[in-house]
Design a protein around this ligand. Structure first.
Ligand SMILES: *[C@@H]1O[C@H](CO)[C@@H](O)[C@H](O)[C@H]1NC(C)=O
Ligand SMILES: *[C@@H]1O[C@H](CO)[C@@H](O)[C@H](O)[C@H]1NC(C)=O
Ligand SMILES: CC(=O)N[C@H]1CO[C@H](CO)[C@@H](O)[C@@H]1O
Length: 349
């Protein structure tokens, strides 16, 4: 509260502001000019994760290994790319810094218990996104689902008054891990039915975030599944597999229609669909169509390997292309820094 009083001129305005600070308990969320601090809270998977996996957990830390992060910032950061991921570009687009990863915020509290009472370090938002996540449980219990991430947010909201106002945005990124699991599992329901349940999960998450105070909500649809390197390999990385892409487009059609249906129910919610289907397609048909690598991944796994993996002697079980900026895909499913840069340009221009 002291900060608020000290930074505002002694006038009826500061008294009003002071009253607002006490009543809303959100002093650090208001600039001296009375405007709300902009903030970004992120929920999702590897397209959005900026380092939530534990770097010390060998079962989870692949994105903390070289050559991830080799282009930017020059070392691994837990991002599933050679550089920045979608969160970084989205944050820049709305004019905020990339919010800290939830894991880092929690570690700060463990080291400095008094931080629990400070709001400043998370006034600009928090990133809860966790590589591998989905609407349903995916690759094991250590990976929080989207609703578990929203529970983490709820706890932070209770413990450390964070800044949720009309200047806050919630970004939800669900890129398709649920469908990977569906593809690998014995099927007890049709794809159409499963898609209905995934989309319902996204709609429920948006409703929950709106209820927690977000009026501005942004949600991604699915990138074209048939354009992943594994699906374009038969055509030497030149033609997307339409059969696979139909699966992601079914999801996208349903998502768009369910979001239109939300408008009358949530009149205050301003929900934007970030069209990854269109943006990936245009990026691939544009600059990257004529690049050296077409749509092949830059970081290529060798036999029994994976990008980032090494054998017992420390030899790389992968090879990296000479110029990652010329490739759209970094590994089997994640874009490079320059891939995301093109996607962001298409989405935000
Ligand atoms: C299929 O199995 C999943 C997971 O066990 C379950 O949640 C879902 O309700 C089942 N669907 C049908 C149609 O029985
Ligand atoms: C496209 O993908 C489907 C599976 O999703 C597969 O059955 C089909 O053979 C693929 N087509 C080509 C041309 O690779
Ligand atoms: C036959 C079948 O798969 N039915 C399921 C389809 O999905 C709904 C939820 O969206 C389930 O309730 C049904 O059991």
């Amino acid at each position: 509260m002291a900060v608020c009083v000290a930074t505002t001129p002694a006038s009826w305005f500061s008294l009003l502001l002071l009253a607002a600070c006490y009543s809303l308990c959100s002093c650090m969320c208001v600039h001296a000019d009375g405007k709300n601090v902009k903030s970004l809270f992120v929920f999702g998977d590897s397209y959005a994760d900026t380092g939530n996996r534990d770097p010390l957990d060998e079962s989870l830390n692949i994105f903390w290994k070289k050559p991830y992060g080799s282009t930017w910032p020059g070392h691994p950061t837990g991002r599933a790319s050679n550089g920045r991921v979608f969160t970084d570009f989205f944050a820049a687009h709305i004019g905020v810094k990339t919010p800290p990863a939830y894991r880092v915020v929690q570690d700060e509290v463990k080291m400095h218990p008094k931080l629990r009472h400070l709001r400043s370090s998370i006034a600009g938002g928090v990133n809860f996104a966790y590589a591998g996540s989905g609407i349903f449980p995916t690759f094991g219990p250590k990976i929080p689902t989207i609703s578990a991430q929203i529970d983490q947010f709820r706890a932070i909201l209770r413990e450390r008054s964070v800044c949720i106002s009309d200047s806050s945005t919630a970004l939800l990124v669900v890129a398709g891990n649920d469908y990977t699991i569906y593809g690998l599992s014995p099927k007890n329901e049709s794809l159409a039915n499963f898609t209905g349940r995934v989309v319902s999960g996204i709609i429920d998450s948006l409703k929950a975030l709106h209820k927690l105070g977000f009026n501005k909500l942004a949600v991604t649809n699915l990138e074209p599944f048939g354009c992943f390197p594994a699906a374009t390999a038969p055509s030497n990385y030149r033609i997307c597999n339409e059969t696979s892409t139909q699966e992601s487009r079914l999801h996208n059609k349903l998502l768009a229609s369910r979001i239109r249906g939300l408008k009358p129910i949530l009149p205050k919610a301003d929900i934007t669909i970030l069209d990854l289907d269109r943006a990936f397609s245009h990026a691939l048909q544009g600059y990257f169509k004529h690049s050296r690598y077409q749509w092949k991944s830059c970081c290529q796994q060798k036999e029994n390997g994976q990008c980032g993996a090494v054998d017992a002697k420390g030899n790389a079980l992968y090879s990296v292309c000479p110029d990652p900026n010329e490739a759209f895909f970094w590994d089997t499913v994640h874009p490079t820094d320059s891939g995301w840069n093109s996607v962001a340009k298409i989405l935000f221009s």
